[in-house]
Design a protein around this ligand. Structure first.
Ligand SMILES: C=C1C[C@]23C[C@@]1(O)CC[C@H]2[C@@]12CC[C@H](O)[C@@](C)(C(=O)O1)[C@H]2[C@@H]3C(=O)O
Ligand SMILES: O=C(O)CCC(=O)C(=O)O
Ligand SMILES: [Fe+2]
Length: 331
């Protein structure tokens, strides 16, 4: 009998079970709200989209396509390397760095490879710095440039949103993500092509994002699905020239549930690889995540207990992907 000794985590990962999905073709969603950032009515459409779906597509965003495709090319080169070269010196149990199949540390799996980074040089753990410095210098520059552009755009979107919500201070939301100490993160997801046997696999299981907003850009391969209010799942047609914005749990709280954080997932279904890049705009660790006073009506009560981003993050990172993390903090 030949006993194969699996000595590396990446090897182990290949044997993790990933549930195949039903083969019925997904419903294509034709109703993605579209927000033109250069349009004077952007604020109204944005707020309605966040109330109705917690999700919208952003066009005329002003981010150069060169910046995006430059990062995409470097990322593709990175993921195309042999497995042994992708594994970086990230210590075990650190969510940051390169990963394959395992999502988080509580048993979730998906057919995905990723690179997860902390975006803030001030709260960068020594591990995150270690990871960045193991990447080719041009890749690292492309990442840094892209993250700066994402932070700026995230703040612009949050300012338009605040205006749309009728909040007096335009920076009530954007100052949280714009803060020097904001604990935002960035993720590159690479979904390898799937066999043409009609089976769809879970690429990234259903979840909500814990942060304030997430800014997602993908190549032209489909896979992203959102859950509508009636509980049905619909496929979002990809658009590599636009960004997709998700309302995260923190924004659901800051708006006292006027906005709902959107449940989403990715099915690995394409014969070509899908690549996505997501900027998760978060708060500083010490920031109180609570409904904005300027938004609340006179006798309105907060639907949530008081907590800081650090408290929420700690709880979130102990949970499974599909858990309702906010329920722990509801009054
Ligand atoms: C299973 C998990 C992965 C995750 C941490 C968690 O315990 C629950 C939240 C997950 C999530 C979803 C959005 C982002 O991709 C992410 C980086 C985040 O902040 O929360 C992931 C976490 C992760 O991959 O470690
Ligand atoms: O890869 C994608 O398109 C979405 C992934 C996602 O939702 C996440 O990383 O939180
Ligand atoms: Fe997500």
């Amino acid at each position: 009998m030949v006993v194969k000794v699996v000595s590396h985590t990446s090897e182990l990962n290949r044997f993790l079970p990933i549930k195949p999905c039903k083969t019925t073709p997904p419903t294509i969603f034709s109703g993605t709200p579209e927000v033109d950032l250069s349009h004077p009515e952007a604020k109204t459409i944005m707020v309605k989209a966040c109330q109705d779906y917690g999700f919208f597509k952003l066009i005329n965003h002003g981010v150069s396509f060169h910046l995006i495709s430059n990062l995409e090319n470097h990322a593709l080169n990175f993921f195309s390397q042999p497995q042994s070269l992708k594994h970086m010196a990230a210590p075990p149990h650190d969510p940051f760095g390169y990963g394959s199949s395992r999502i988080g540390s509580n048993g979730d799996v998906g057919r995905v490879e990723y690179l997860l980074l902390n975006t803030n040089p001030d709260v960068l753990s020594p591990n995150s710095l270690l990871i960045l410095h193991q990447l080719p210098v041009l890749f690292r520059c492309a990442l840094e440039e892209y993250m700066v552009a994402m932070k700026k755009m995230c703040c612009e979107v949050l300012e338009v949103m605040a205006e749309g919500l009728g909040i007096g201070e335009r920076n009530a939301l954007s100052r949280v993500v714009g803060d020097q100490r904001s604990d935002s993160c960035f993720r590159l997801n690479y979904y390898p092509p799937v066999a043409a046997d009609g089976n769809m696999l879970i690429g990234f299981g259903e979840h909500t994002d814990p942060q304030i907003i997430s800014v997602l850009r993908s190549n032209s391969e489909s896979g992203l699905q959102i859950c509508l209010n009636d509980g049905s799942w619909v496929s979002v047609p990809p658009d590599p020239t636009s960004f997709f914005i998700n309302v995260g749990d923190s924004l659901q709280v800051m708006t006292n549930r006027r906005f709902k954080s959107v449940k989403h997932r990715v099915l690995a279904e394409s014969k070509k690889s899908r690549m996505s890049m997501i900027y998760f705009g978060g708060a500083a660790l010490s920031e109180k995540i609570a409904p904005l006073k300027s938004l609340m009506s006179k006798d309105e009560e907060s639907l949530y207990k008081e907590f800081t981003w650090l408290e929420y993050k700690n709880a979130a990172y102990k949970s499974r992907l599909a858990d309702n993390r906010l329920s722990l903090f509801e009054k």
